[in-house]
Design a protein around this ligand. Structure first.
Ligand code: ADP
Ligand code: F6P
Length: 324
C-alpha cells in the first residue's frame, strides 16, 4: 500500500513500564528510516491536550534503550474519556500534522487510542504494563523486568526470613491481576500465592497450613500476596497471633516499575514499536500489537478490548503442587 503517513506522533500513557523507552526508540528510528517525521507527545493524553509536543530525531532516543521509565513522561488524564475532549485531541493531532499515532500503554490508553482512530487519526497501540493484564497478548512491555525485580527482592527477604525462622508475607504489584504474584510464587518457591483471581479469603486455611507445616519441621514460610488482595500488614499480625510464628510483611512497591529493562523487554518492546510503525505505513489504524503463541500479531482495538484474561490455571495449580 502507498505510504501516506508523513508524521508519526508517539506517546506513553498510564503506568510506566521498563522497556517503554525501547519502544519509543524503535518508533522514532523506524519512522525516520522511512522518511517519516516524528513528534513526541509529552505526558500522554494530558500533554496532547496541552500541546506539549516536541520534534524528535534519531539522537533524541540515543542512550535510552537501557533505561527504565519513559523519556516522554506519562500521566493519567481522566477527562480524556469525554467525547468532546477526544474531539479536541484529534484536532490537535491534525493541527500538528500528526497523521499516525503510536500509543504505548495499557487497556485504558487503548480506549483513548480507539477514540482518536475513530476521529480520523491513524492509531496503533502497543501494550505497556508490568501487570500483564492485557487480554489480547501473552506479553506486555515491562512484565519481565518487574517480575525479575520482584523475584530478586523476594530472594533477599527469604534469606532473612530463613535466618529468623519467620513467616514473610511479600506484597507484589498487581491491583487487578495476579500475574506477577503467580510468577514470583513459582520462581521463588513460595509456600502460598494469593491472587485477586483465586484467593478465597480463607485465612484460617493459611493458618492451618502454617501450623501443620511447622509440625513437619518447616522453619520459615513465604507467602506472596498480590497488591489487589492487599492488607499484608494486617494479615501478618493475624497470622502471628494465630500461629505463634513471627510474621513480617514486606511491600515491594514501585521498585517493580523501575530499573533497567531485561533483554526480553528491550527486544520485544523494540519489535512492537517497529511493528506499530510498519502497520501505520501499511495504512492500518485502530490496531493493537500483540504477542500470541510465539508470534507478533495485531488486532482491532475494540476486538482486543472485548477479550478477557485470567491467570494461567495450569501454572496456578503447579504453584500449589510444587509448594508442598
Ligand atoms: P492504562 O493505560 O495503563 O490501563 P489507565 O487506565 O490509567 O492506564 O488509562 C490511561 C489513560 O488512558 C487515562 O488516564 C485516560 O487518559 C485514558 N483513558 C482511560 N480510559 C479511557 C476511555 N474509556 N476513553 C478514553 N480514554 C481513556
Ligand atoms: O503499572 C501497573 C500498576 O503498577 C498496578 O499494579 C498498580 O495498582 C498501579 O500501577 C498503581 O499505579 P499508580 O500508583 O501510578 O496509580
Amino acid at each position: 500500500m502507498e505510504n501516506k503517513i508523513r508524521t508519526i506522533g508517539v506517546l506513553t500513557s498510564g503506568g510506566d513500564a521498563p522497556g517503554m523507552n525501547a519502544a519509543i526508540r524503535a518508533v522514532v528510528r523506524t519512522a525516520l528510516h522511512s522518511g517519516i517525521k516524528v513528534k513526541g507527545i509529552v505526558r500522554g493524553y494530558q500533554g496532547l491536550l496541552e500541546e506539549d509536543i516536541i520534534d524528535m530525531d534519531g539522537s533524541s532516543v540515543s542512550d535510552i534503550i537501557q533505561r527504565g521509565g519513559t523519556v516522554l513522561y506519562t500521566a493519567r488524564c481522566p477527562e480524556f474519556v469525554k467525547s468532546e475532549v477526544q474531539d479536541r485531541g484529534a484536532e490537535i493531532c491534525k493541527k500538528h500534522g500528526i497523521d499516525g499515532l503510536v500509543v504505548i500503554g495499557g487497556d485504558g490508553s487503548f480506549k483513548g487510542a480507539a477514540a482518536l482512530a475513530k476521529r480520523g487519526v491513524n492509531t496503533v497501540a502497543v501494550p505497556g504494563t508490568i501487570d500483564l493484564d492485557i487480554a489480547c497478548t501473552d506479553y506486555s512491555i515491562g512484565f519481565d523486568t518487574a517480575v525479575n525485580t520482584a523475584m530478586e527482592t523476594i530472594d533477599k527477604v527469604r534469606d532473612t526470613s530463613t535466618s529468623h525462622e519467620r513467616c514473610s508475607i511479600i506484597e507484589v504489584m498487581g491491583r487487578l491481576a495476579g500475574h506477577i504474584a503467580l510468577w514470583c510464587g513459582i520462581a521463588n518457591g513460595a509456600e502460598d500465592v494469593l491472587t485477586v483471581e483465586r484467593y478465597d479469603y480463607d485465612e484460617e486455611h493459611i493458618i492451618k497450613n502454617i501450623i501443620e507445616r511447622r509440625k513437619q519441621g518447616k522453619r520459615h514460610y513465604i507467602i506472596i500476596n498480590a497488591e489487589g488482595v492487599g492488607d499484608s500488614n494486617g494479615m501478618a499480625k493475624r497470622i502471628e497471633a494465630a500461629t505463634g510464628m513471627e510474621t513480617r510483611a514486606t511491600i515491594i512497591g514501585y521498585a517493580q516499575r523501575g530499573g533497567n529493562p531485561t533483554a526480553m523487554d528491550r527486544v520485544y518492546a523494540s519489535t512492537m514499536g517497529t511493528k506499530a510503525v510498519d502497520l501505520l505505513i501499511a495504512g492500518a489504524s485502530n490496531r493493537v500489537i500483540a504477542y500470541k503463541n510465539g508470534q507478533f500479531i495485531d488486532y482491532d482495538i475494540q476486538e482486543a478490548l472485548a477479550m478477557s484474561k485470567d491467570i494461567d490455571g495450569y501454572m496456578y495449580d503447579m504453584s500449589i503442587r510444587l509448594s508442598r
